[in-house]
Design a binder for this molecule. Structure first.
Ligand code: AGP
Length: 602
């Protein structure tokens, strides 16, 4: 996905656009560019690579001076990262920036070429600029409406017309976009952190809604051209939440924010020994026969933990689907199944598509989302917001922790409303959940050891992560963290499965991270540790206080906690170990190659 920003007001905006892009760079960093209404023309400066390359180019050529402009930071979809494929793109009098994918771009390109249009880049975005220009007869709204009626796919466009200085037009479908107001200035952005410095007052743009921004105000129109009145929202985050706050990396900051994020997500939903999930009302979970959890990546890993905890506490069967699979499978969704969607960004294309599919099937959809007002949050029937605050680092850490917390809350409530637990048992679980932030805090004592272990394993080419039950799901998350930021291959494996094939890969010094937090499975996993040790492996055990894993080479013992909530602690050393492995390899921990924070394209 990409980052889009736009400004019109009283400031000379080149620096403001660049500054906003630096807050959006986690959404994609293959190239960046700005377009500014200078004296009497639209000046574009863009560069391949990180935002610093654009900064250097602006120093070389001189930043365009003007009070109205748009900016973009790219995660390449159509066309490799290059100067030419960088946004903004122009077509005649139209210049625009785009987040999304135009699926029928080839057909549109052909039709426009037949009318004499010439294209310079490989992008779908350049086609959109030309299409809007093709329909532009002096009325920007009309041109936009005509063009978007012919575009199939997803978009968040920021558009300027060379003969309309000071005006910005914005429209979105399936890609997030907000419009914001301050005194005498208007903004658009892909998400809130980009404009927090200037204002906390923003509008959430709805599907196919067109916004017209001038320095004096913002008007909204439907695709049919009808004026729309919209509520002005107030951001609950402040600027510091979207900055590093003294940490070396956003990822480290967000690892250490987990206790606060858990406190914010849990405490307001537990009172008098009961769980209270705002907005769901009494009996929401009563009689739910089955649950279907759908998500991607780390969110899906949280869903797997949710499955185990829900089945254990509520005795209700749960299926967990990867969203990109679910949306194309014969998913055999039972109408009575409660579908739970998990997403930090609330904009992941596959997850959003899965939500829409479940709703089209008539299922109730409950979403656990971190970004207020995101597409998934708005399209779900009900939402449980997690309160991690903005998660900037591409690698999900605090978002995973609060997703686990949301799963725990839902599991307790499912059990409670289906009379599977006594009020005392529920009160005990609530007490344990309220103690979770402190237990996570105590787990940070392993930081130095994780840093040391990263230096021990820094030259490893591939690692195994193994566990059973909840430890198996924790091992999946640990393996993903390592891979996505350190580029070191790893594989998570159900410990009991090793003997069915992959133990053949174990040889002298093969690194194996074994997770042993589940009391009733500990001896079994300890035997698996012995099996791999016997074949030369070097084992790092992440385990409960009383685990007998003397055969392991390195041991990180976790604070006492209920087995059920142990994934919330096991993940801390897994996150820190991955962080230090990436650091030692000199990589950009917060912005790993090829990745983006939220994948708003298929
Ligand atoms: C995890 O570190 C990644 N950032 C990625 O797997 C992420 O969890 C996945 O893309 C889902 O994103 P979402 O939670 O915003 O939907």
């Amino acid at each position: 996905m990409c980052g889009v920003i736009g400004y019109t007001g009283h400031r000379d905006c080149a620096e403001l656009l660049i500054d906003g892009l630096s807050s959006l760079e986690y959404r994609g960093y293959d190239s960046a560019g700005i377009a500014v209404f200078a004296e009497n023309e639209v000046e574009i400066v863009k560069a391949c690579g990180r935002l610093d390359n654009l900064r250097e180019k602006l120093l070389e050529v001189g930043a365009p001076s003007g009070c109205c402009g748009i900016g973009h930071t790219r995660w390449a979809t159509h066309g490799c990262p290059s100067d030419l494929n960088s946004h903004p793109h122009s077509g005649g009098r139209v210049t625009l920036v785009h987040n999304g994918i135009i699926e029928n771009y080839a057909k549109l390109r052909k039709a426009l070429e037949a009318k004499g249009r010439v294209f310079l880049s490989e992008t779908d975005t350049e086609i959109a600029a030309n299409l809007i220009d093709y329909y532009y007869q002096g009325d920007p709204l009309e041109a936009l409406r005509e063009a978007i009626s012919r575009i199939r796919g997803s978009y968040a466009f920021g558009v300027i017309f060379s003969d309309r200085p000071g005006e910005i037009y914005a429209v979105r479908r399936d890609s997030p976009l907000i419009a914001a107001r301050a005194n005498g200035e208007s903004f658009i952005a892909s998400d809130i952190p980009a404009i927090l410095k200037y204002t906390k007052s923003y509008y959430l743009m709805d599907e196919n809604e067109i916004a017209v921004l001038t320095k004096d105000g913002i008007s909204f129109f439907t695709q049919d051209g009808d004026l729309v009145e919209k509520p002005l929202m107030e951001a609950s985050w402040d600027v510091s939440a979207a900055e590093k706050g003294g940490y070396s990396h956003f990822m480290l900051k967000e690892i250490y924010e987990q206790p606060r994020a858990l406190r914010d997500t849990l405490s307001s939903r537990i009172s008098d020994g009961k769980v209270v999930l705002e907005g769901l009302g009494e009996g929401y979970f009563k009689g739910v026969p089955r649950v279907r959890i759908v998500a991607c990546g780390t969110a899906m890993h949280a869903g797997l933990v949710g499955k185990h905890v829900i089945e254990h506490l509520a005795g209700i069967p749960v299926t967990v689907d990867i969203a990109s699979e679910f949306r194309y499978a014969d998913y055999l969704l039972d109408k009575e199944e409660l579908v739970i969607i998990i997403s930090q960004s609330g904009e992941t294309a596959d997850t959003l598509a899965a939500l829409r599919l479940a709703k089209s099937h008539g299922n109730r959809v409950l979403a656990a989302v971190n970004v207020v007002g995101s597409s998934i949050a708005r399209e779900a029937d009900h939402v449980i917001y997690t309160h991690a605050g903005p998660e900037i680092s591409v690698a999900s850490t605090k978002a995973y922790s609060v997703q686990l917390a949301a799963m725990y809350l839902i599991a307790v409530q499912l059990a409670s409303e289906n009379d599977k637990l006594s009020s005392n048992e529920i009160a005990e679980l609530c007490t344990q959940l309220l103690a979770l932030p402190k237990a996570v805090e105590e787990t940070f004592t392993c930081q130095k050891e994780c840093q040391r272990l990263a230096s021990v394993y820094q030259n490893a080419h591939s690692l195994f992560y193994i566990g059973r039950g909840l430890d198996n799901f924790a091992s999946m998350e640990g393996s993903l963290k390592l891979k996505e930021i350190s580029y070191v291959h790893s594989e998570s494996y159900a410990a009991g499965e090793l003997k069915h094939g992959t133990i053949s890969l174990i040889e002298e010094n093969t690194p194996v991270v074994a997770i042993l937090t589940q009391k009733k499975l500990m001896e079994k996993t300890a035997s698996n540790v012995k099996e791999v040790k016997a074949r030369g492996a070097r084992v790092l055990a992440i385990c409960r206080q009383d685990a007998e894993v003397d055969s392991a080479d390195d041991i990180i013992r976790l604070p006492e906690i209920s087995d059920l909530f142990a994934p919330s602690l096991a993940v801390i050393p897994l996150q820190l170990f991955a962080f230090y492995m990436a650091l030692l390899r000199g990589l950009d921990v917060d912005k790993p190659r090829n990745l983006a924070k939220s994948v708003t394209v298929e």
